[in-house]
Design a protein around this ligand. Structure first.
Ligand code: PNW
Length: 523
């Protein structure tokens, strides 16, 4: 009797051993996303299209910036890029093959309006986007359009660019034309992609086009114009198009997650909270509440006063603009890539990066990508989603970008990208299923390797490899493409109880063993 029990016990243990191996890697959630959850890919016009002067396209700030030597790491340009202008059908083919529900792409303003204004409308430019939109729809892929992904027409920079509020009516005109010409088929509109990067990298650090350095005031003015332009484009859609077109308009705001360096140190905890408010809150707070976050107001006002300025470097919305900007969203677009650690550190000069009195660092154990700013810290994603839920009343979120970079050497076996996508989507899944964050879609950056701004082609973000030395710009799926294809098809991570036949067999053997064991013990 004892012997047989021991024998069966051993069998059971064996069973458990096998069980431990057969389930997913440690800490993986086996669950599906909600039924209506949607999956897609993102790109941006300047990064993929090429055809920089094709068919009457006008010059934009990235054409000017890349044609000026010394601005781009590998001295490359987006003149040809992935040549999607001539080959968009291949892009749609890839999207279809991978099972994307939608495709997020951006409009090149100067392809449609060569001078940036309504003075000249390029029908060739409009035809390009019409062809792309029609082909997407024919393949059951929904278009999601970003109106502005950083490629401002050069003539609008020549009058001062985004720090000049004269751009507001120009953006409004461009947006109206886009709604008029594409809005019968396009129902998802993003006004701006990552205004933070436009303002800080373009007008603060000078690392992006138009290459202007002036951190103290220019980025704040830039952000102010962009928020007003966004509000105009949002309100105008409701006044003039919504009834006929029934689409949705939002803005995409980027943010990392900011965690305290020492969670037991209250000043680090405060610094981290301030960092999220200075980063995400700079743009989202006005969109939800009509004004900048209180922390920004207090810190920048105080520093401006100490500098002897007669007004704050952080502008204010008057009553009219407050009501325009407040509530100008149907969904919140979120681009998230990474996490940083924060501590209290007094700023050294005036400007956004110093105004917040935060020192930033990274944990050396976090896996490194090819981009110096990007480490894999999956838990940060879930924390940011929960922070958004808490601070803005659980808004409808579309994740409009998330992705990983590697170098040329990695090639098609992009295991770290697969790991990144696995861990980040797991973190998002947990935020949705356990914390009820209202996230309804996930967009991977990017469909294919492309022109990575100041880094040129030296950092690859694609799930398709693009050969940039071949004039035909062939694309080859990487391992990560196969991974995402499966994830999209499964709509998550099906568990043993969902559809694994091998595992259900295993459970039958286990329960049979239990049955015999109990029978023996009862005699
Ligand atoms: C985003 N950072 O940019 C953009 O929307 C894409 O066009 C870009 O290719 C992608 O992310 C990858 O970089 C970012 O320094 C650029 O933290 C820089 C940062 C974040 C996002």
């Amino acid at each position: 009797m004892l012997n047989s029990c021991l024998f069966l016990g051993a069998l059971l243990l064996l069973g458990f051993g096998e069980e431990a191996k057969s389930v997913a890697p440690k800490n993986q959630i086996r669950a599906l996303f909600p039924d209506n959850f949607r999956w897609g890919f993102a790109t941006a016009s300047y990064q993929i299209e090429g055809g920089w002067d094709a068919d009457g396209k006008g010059e934009n700030i990235w054409d000017r910036f890349t044609h000026t030597p010394g601005n781009i790491a590998d001295n490359s340009t987006g003149d040809v890029a992935c040549d999607s202008y001539h080959n968009y059908a291949r892009d749609v083919e890839m999207l279809k093959d991978i099972g994307a529900d939608y495709y997020r792409f951006s409009l090149s303003w100067s392809r449609i309006l060569p001078n940036g204004t309504l003075a000249v409308v390029s029908e060739a430019g409009i035809a390009y986007y019409n062809n792309l939109i029609n082909l997407l729809i024919a393949n059951n892929i929904e278009p999601m359009i970003t109106l502005y992904h950083w490629d401002l027409p050069q003539p609008l920079q020549d009058i001062g660019g985004w720090p000049n509020e004269a751009l507001i009516p120009h953006f409004e005109n461009f947006a109206r034309l886009a709604y008029q010409r594409f809005g019968d088929r396009v129902k998802l509109w993003i006004t701006f992609n990552e205004a933070f990067v436009t303002c800080m990298h373009g007008y603060g650090y000078g690392k992006h086009a138009p290459g202007i350095s002036g951190e103290d005031t220019e980025p704040y003015k830039c952000a102010h114009t962009i928020l007003k332009s966004h509000a105009r484009a949002y309100r105008m859609y409701y006044d003039e198009f919504f009834q006929a077109q029934n689409g949705r308009v939002g803005i995409t705001i980027d943010s990392g997650w900011y965690a305290p360096l020492d969670p037991n140190n209250p000043s680090d905890v405060e610094a981290a909270e301030r960092a999220v408010r200075f980063k995400h809150g700079w743009f989202a707070w006005p969109v939800f509440y009509g004004h900048y976050p209180d922390e920004m107001r207090i810190f920048v006002d105080k520093k401006s006063e100490e500098e002897g300025l007669d007004q704050s470097r952080l502008p204010e919305f008057d009553r009219y603009w407050e009501t325009q900007v407040k509530g100008s969203w149907d969904f919140l677009g979120l681009n998230h890539y990474t996490t940083e650690l924060c501590t209290y550190k007094v700023g050294e000069y005036s400007g956004w990066s110093q105004d917040q009195d935060v020192g930033f660092s990274r944990d050396p154990t976090w896996p490194e990508s090819a981009s110096d700013w990007l480490r894999s810290v999956p838990w940060g994603f879930g924390n940011l989603l929960r922070w958004i839920k808490r601070n803005y009343g659980n808004p409808l979120v579309y994740v409009t970008e998330n992705g990983w970079s590697d170098s040329d050497a990695v090639g098609l076996e992009d295991d770290l990208r697969v790991e990144y996508y696995t861990n980040y989507t797991q973190s998002m899944l947990q935020a949705i299923t356990e914390d009820r964050c209202d996230v309804r879609s996930y967009t991977a950056w990017s469909l294919m390797d492309n022109f990575e701004w100041a880094r040129g082609y030296s950092e690859r973000f694609g799930v398709h490899w693009v050969n940039f030395t071949d004039p035909a710009r062939p694309r080859i799926p990487k391992k990560s493409a196969a991974f995402l294809k499966q994830l999209f098809a499964d709509n998550g991570y099906p568990g043993p109880d969902v559809n694994s036949s091998a595992e259900s067999k295993h459970w039958k053997i286990l329960s049979f063993t239990y049955f015999i064991l109990i029978k023996f013990m009862l005699g």
